[in-house]
Design a protein around this ligand. Structure first.
Ligand code: PHE
Ligand code: CO
Length: 330
């Protein structure tokens, strides 16, 4: 059974290595796989990376020599499958920037991507051994450095991986860092994370990360599209999120999002839709301090809750789904 994760750390709140052995760590790391996400935060499974490689800020060199031919082949196959799914489902900005990752037939060297990325938006990729704690994570983002895990999933994990690997982090997150507005938003999120940490509000902020940066949808001129990395790196959730009549889709409302728990091991049951990255930037620009304050007195909302007064975002979903040919469980 899918679990509900009320104590959502961010991937934002990536996991806290030292908490991985604690049965109920305060920060709930999550990871994103091709079919969804899961977490080790509430389990006793340690994060997978080799943290002895990392320096104090949790970064390390990309272990490029450590990749085997099978690793490169896994990346190639994941990329090929996912790229073929994007038209009509991924947002235009993502599709336009994807080639900036470079060759798709092997795992790229991050330094090569950085030459293009830095020129485009002043962002850089840095290597990390895996999930990292909140404060170092927020600090990197605030300095326009995006942490990317260097290892890749094993072949038997092709469809599902319980922690973010290089495919999720690169393919899912990095293309939109080429977009100036989204790039600025990510930096503001990092700064906001450090602030939320001081205010004891990381859980609320991590839900925002979850429902936007990982699982956000955007209405574009040709229809609904995905911009969240957890969706874009998932072969199954991409179509589910954009076209299935099953999930609820709501316009982005910061306080609603911050109150909404999320499922970490199934497709999302609620998605939040923006009309533009500028809307995301503008809605997250106000000081969240009074919002965090107000939310302390309000109950959480379940991941699948449908509130009586809420209007769904879109109505064209059913038709698109029914006219498509792919099979799905009825
Ligand atoms: N405006 C938020 C605050 O004052 C910071 C933030 C910006 C959070 C962008 C998320 C995204 O705390
Ligand atoms: Co992610």
């Amino acid at each position: 059974m899918p679990q509900e994760n009320g104590n959502a750390g961010a991937r934002a709140a990536k996991g806290r290595p030292e908490q991985a052995t604690a049965p109920s760590g305060g920060s709930e790391p999550h990871a994103v796989g091709s079919v969804g996400v899961t977490s080790y935060g509430a389990s006793d499974r340690p994060p997978r990376g080799d943290y002895s490689r990392a320096s104090a800020d949790y970064t390390c060199p990309q272990n490029y020599a450590g990749y085997t031919p099978a690793d490169h082949d896994t990346y190639r196959r994941l990329y090929e499958r996912q790229a073929a799914l994007l038209p009509g489902l991924a947002c235009d900005e993502f599709i336009a920037a994807l080639p900036s990752l470079g060759a798709s037939d092997h795992i790229p060297r991050f330094e090569d991507i950085n030459k293009r990325l830095y020129k485009a938006t002043g962002w850089e990729i840095v290597t990390v051994p895996g999930l990292i704690p909140e404060v170092p994570f927020f600090t990197l983002l605030a300095n326009r450095k995006f942490p990317v895990t260097d290892w890749i999933r094993r072949p038997e994990e092709f469809d599902y991986i319980v922690e973010p690997d290089v495919f999720h982090d690169l393919f899912g997150h990095v293309p939109l860092l080429f977009n100036p507005i989204f790039a600025d938003h990510m930096q503001e999120y990092g700064k906001g994370g450090l602030k939320a940490h001081g205010l004891g509000a990381c859980e609320q902020l991590s839900r925002l990360y979850w429902y936007t940066i990982e699982f956000g949808l955007i209405q574009q001129k040709d229809g609904l599209r995905a911009y969240g990395a957890g969706i874009l790196s998932s072969s199954g959730e991409l179509r589910h999120s954009v076209q299935s009549p099953e999930p609820q889709r709501l316009p982005l409302d910061i306080e609603r999002v911050m109150r909404t728990r999320y499922k970490i091991d199934s497709y999302q049951q609620t998605y939040f839709v923006i009309q533009s990255f500028q809307e995301l930037f503008d809605k997250t620009a106000p000081d969240f301090t009074p919002i965090y304050e107000r939310l302390r007195g309000l109950p959480e909302i379940a991941a699948d809750a449908k509130l009586a007064e809420e209007e769904p975002f879109s109505t064209e979903i059913d038709e698109e789904w029914n006219t498509s040919t792919a099979s799905r469980p009825s």
